[in-house]
Design a protein around this ligand. Structure first.
Ligand code: CA
Length: 305
């Protein structure tokens, strides 16, 4: 849920920003809210807050007479001023396009009736913006609203607009021409525009914090082929030397065969023989034969039983 919710917030913020961006801003305005007021702009973007309105070819403007709303700018001595006398403003449109102009003019019965509105970019030539504005002794007839400025006025350091006398005819047909005492007023001058969004913000996708980076596939471990060794040379096992150890010659124990009960006699030889016989009876004997040249010895050991 969180992954889908956050992008939704971003889109919502962008949408709100876009809505705010399409709202026109006041680039500069003169509506003379103070009494008396002055020639200095009454609102707009910061670069234009020191701009002034002036009248060219007339006497000095005043700002203490009532206008369409609050006060207005007022000037006299418009006589013989067709094509030469005018109201003038200059301002910057830096950072803005889609520019609109609104203004309200009024003249006294002996004041100038016909005007046209022109613009110029920088020090360029004047161009007609509104070819004809016909004034009356009110702020309705000479009102223009949301006049679109050409795109060449977009994003400029200096745009000038003037309201130029376009004839010497007065408002009242009772007079043949504009008289020196005739007055002309201007009020509620507003230049608006849209802030230029230099580059559409692109949504940089937030990289998802990936889990632990997937290690690259392991390179195949080379299988170490066993180096074929040469056939092992069998070590010749030494032929065991069979040492024939002669088994010891066992000598038969001469166990005297029990004889029947000896019969003793009174003869001396028999008596000796009987003693010998008794001795033999109660002892073991081992006889040894030692060969000698031409003869041999016989020996024995005896062990009592
Ligand atoms: Ca002012």
């Amino acid at each position: 849920m969180r992954k889908f919710f956050l992008p939704g917030i971003f889109f919502f913020i962008l949408l709100i920003s876009s809505v705010q961006a399409v709202s026109a801003e006041t680039i500069v305005q003169w509506n003379f809210p103070n009494d008396p007021d002055d020639a200095i702009a009454d609102g707009g973007i910061s670069v234009n807050l020191g701009k002034i309105i002036s009248s060219v070819g007339t006497n000095t403007s005043t700002f203490s007479t009532s206008g369409s709303t609050t006060n207005s700018a007022r000037a006299t001595e418009w006589d013989e001023g067709s094509g030469t006398k005018y109201w003038l403003i200059e301002f910057a449109t830096t950072g803005y396009n889609t520019l609109n102009l609104s203004s309200k003019q009024r003249s006294s019965p002996t004041g100038p009736k016909d005007f046209k509105i022109q613009y110029k970019v920088g020090l360029g030539d004047w161009n007609d913006l509104v070819p004809s504005v016909v004034l009356a002794d009110n702020y309705t007839s000479g009102s223009v609203q949301n006049i679109v400025l050409p795109s060449e006025c977009d994003n400029q350091n200096s745009i000038s607009i003037r309201w130029l006398m376009n004839s010497n005819l007065p408002v009242s047909s009772s007079y043949s021409s504009v008289e020196p005492g005739g007055a002309s007023n201007i009020d509620d001058i507003i230049i608006s525009g849209l802030f230029i969004i230099e580059s559409t913000p692109t949504l940089t996708p937030t990289p998802e914090p990936s889990s632990s980076p997937t290690p690259p596939p392991p390179s195949p471990t080379p299988i170490l082929e066993p180096t074929p060794s040469s056939e092992p040379t069998p070590t010749p096992t030494p032929t065991p030397t069979i040492e024939i150890i002669p088994s010891p010659t066992s000598f038969p124990s001469l166990t005297p065969t029990p004889t029947s009960t000896p019969v003793y006699s009174n003869k001396p030889f028999d008596k000796l023989f009987s003693i010998l016989n008794l001795f033999l009876k109660n002892h073991f004997f081992k006889f040894f034969v030692f060969p000698k040249i031409n003869s041999f010895y016989i020996g024995f050991d005896n062990f009592p039983k």
